[in-house]
Design a protein. Structure first.
Length: 319
């Protein structure tokens, strides 16, 4: 005897607020995706926090080189207030070049993420992040004017930067969560990982940037004929991990949001259904099922369960 659609248990997913449902994954797929996201999260933020102190110190050293002909950020000359003030002023301009565009595109990219899926925004974000890190590496290696930090950083900012990437990771983790409790655990773990990277990264970056005194040769100077000296390691690390992030994201990132779910046909519906209506309600099921199509109808019901049933099932599970 066939059951009506209401009695078929919905998949264990949490619906998106835009009406799109997360993609239903197997337990193995879900675990692999969570592990991938956690790895990518640390792979991005740890090198980022390593590179930021090095960037700050490098800019001060470059300003001292311009003002007094000495490439250093400490001592009686390069540690003087006028050098520090000039370096911090340039650091402010560089960070604003990335952060201001990120603020402008935060809401549009967030909406795009919810309407068209996580993967397209992920590719945009990681690609522009690679452009920003390549610009940083080029200025360091070829001793370009500090102004050339800004164009790639502006491109990086309009791609969302680290802010959108962090939101993207959290949104994708929320998609694969099977309950509110698991979602809270995953988001708390990512927040803890972010602050752990924020504690370890600056210490490592500060140690690297301060590892050379005077004209000594740094063991982290990979390319002695190029500029940057001890700062080469942090910039090469940041560029390399961003390139690896883009490759891993394109190859292994699984789309977790079913953007077509809001326009899917309700199971058991008779007649036409207006899929474009924002407040479309669940149609009443038809109890007259043909035996020849019973398996396909049951499969369709399980795959296209409505938002209302998902919310009800989630509430029961959490109680």
């Amino acid at each position: 005897m066939l059951l009506p659609c209401e009695l078929i248990p919905p998949p264990r997913v949490l619906p998106n607020d835009m009406g799109n449902q997360p993609v239903v994954l197997t337990n193995a797929q879900r675990r692999c995706h969570i592990a991938l996201l956690c790895f990518l999260y640390v792979l991005f933020f740890l090198p980022l926090w390593v590179a930021l102190p090095s960037l700050n110190e490098y800019v001060i050293a470059r300003r001292c080189l311009t003002m007094y002909g000495i490439f250093n950020n400490t001592g009686s000359i390069c540690g003087a207030p006028d050098v520090s003030e000039s370096g911090q002023e340039w650091n402010t301009y560089i960070f604003l070049a990335c952060n201001l565009p990120s603020v402008l595109v935060a809401l549009p990219l967030g909406r795009l993420m919810d309407e068209h899926g996580r993967r397209p925004v992920m590719i945009i974000c990681l690609a522009t992040q690679l452009v920003g890190s390549a610009g940083m590496l080029s200025v360091c290696f070829f001793e370009l004017d500090l102004f050339w930090f800004m164009p790639p950083y502006i491109i990086n900012g309009f791609g969302g930067g680290g802010y959108i990437l962090q939101s993207l990771f959290m949104a994708s983790l929320s998609d694969v969560a099977t309950s509110k409790r698991q979602r809270n655990v995953l988001l708390s773990a990512t927040a803890a990982a972010y602050y752990a990277c924020g504690c370890v990264g600056p210490l490592l970056g500060g140690f690297i940037s301060g590892s050379v005194v005077g004209n000594a040769t740094s063991p982290l100077e990979f390319f002695p004929t190029l500029g940057g000296r001890q700062y080469q390691f942090a910039y090469v690390l940041f560029f390399g991990t961003n390139a690896l992030l883009l490759v891993l994201g394109v190859v292994f990132w699984r789309e977790t949001l079913d953007v077509s779910s809001s326009s899917s046909t309700c199971c058991g519906c008779t007649g036409s259904n207006n899929s474009n209506s924002a407040d479309a309600s669940v149609a009443k099921p038809s109890h007259a099922f043909s035996s020849s199509s019973s398996s396909s109808v049951l499969s369709s019901c399980a795959a296209s369960v409505s938002y209302t049933h998902l919310r009800a099932h989630e509430t029961e599970a959490d109680l």
